[in-house]
Design a protein around this ligand. Sequence first.
Ligand SMILES: Nc1ncnc2c1ncn2[C@@H]1O[C@H](COP(=O)(O)OP(=O)(O)OP(=O)(O)O)[C@@H](O)[C@H]1O
Length: 275
Amino acid sequence: MRSVVAPPRRARRVTATALLEVRDIVVRFGGVTAVGGVSFDVGDGQICGLIGPNGAGKTTLFNCISGFYRPNEGEIRFDGQRITGAPRHRMAGLGIGRTFQNLALFRSLSVRDNVLAGAHHLGRAGFLACALRLPGAVREAAATAGEARRLLALLDLEAVADIPVASLPFGTQKRVELARALISRPRLLLLDEPAGGLNHGEVDDLADLLRRIRAEFSLSILLVEHHMNLVMHVSDKVVALDFGRKIADGTPLEVRTNAEVIAAYLGEAPRERAA
Ligand SMILES: Nc1ncnc2c1ncn2[C@@H]1O[C@H](COP(=O)(O)OP(=O)(O)OP(=O)(O)O)[C@@H](O)[C@H]1O
């Protein structure tokens, strides 16, 4: 029986290349070069933090990877496949999930229904099979509901499963977004400022949660984040941007002690946006 929720994943290729390869990405908005030739990799199972001061180009680069922008130059590969400029609606099917900085939930729907909405593209049974409740469609729906229950438990959302998301605190809504992204079983999870709007305790919980998610789902995570403690705490590697250029790429310790990174955050060194 084929499960709609956990389709047999392709066996991981034993390969020297990274899961996500970002190569020489350039993005211009009129006369502004928001990203001026940035390259980096995210390895299989790695958590990679993308940092930089305001206006460094993080969101622009993130939007290229998640299919919101097509870069002017450069290439993005996922699992060896070129995905540069692939439309965003194809991303989940490719194995790339994401969350949004300002949340993108169906506010009047329950937590459970929001999570289930993340599985819509996985269904193999057609419209007619679903309408007629044919056995294949019923099995798919049951498997999806089971996976949603598992995620609600993992993300501590069981108690609010049937409550409309609009009435829940921001931190809880952020966990709903994570559950919705995870139900499609991504191999790469793109997180846009997951700590934004969270209090200290919630940020600590988030760090634990991200590690648990990585372990439980064997996935890679790329997070754009201003919360430096979180990034340095959870990341295996950190990529730092400034004025559209990559200024550091290494372990959290290497990046934290990098002179150019320190200067960028303190605004000490004379810096120019990439031409
Ligand atoms: N749609 C746009 N049109 C014109 N310029 C843009 C656009 N989006 C971004 N920019 C410019 O590109 C540069 C990089 O912006 P971006 O939002 O990617 O930086 P960021 O690192 O995400 O900043 P922040 O941390 O403040 O969100 C900035 O100078 C910004 O003003």
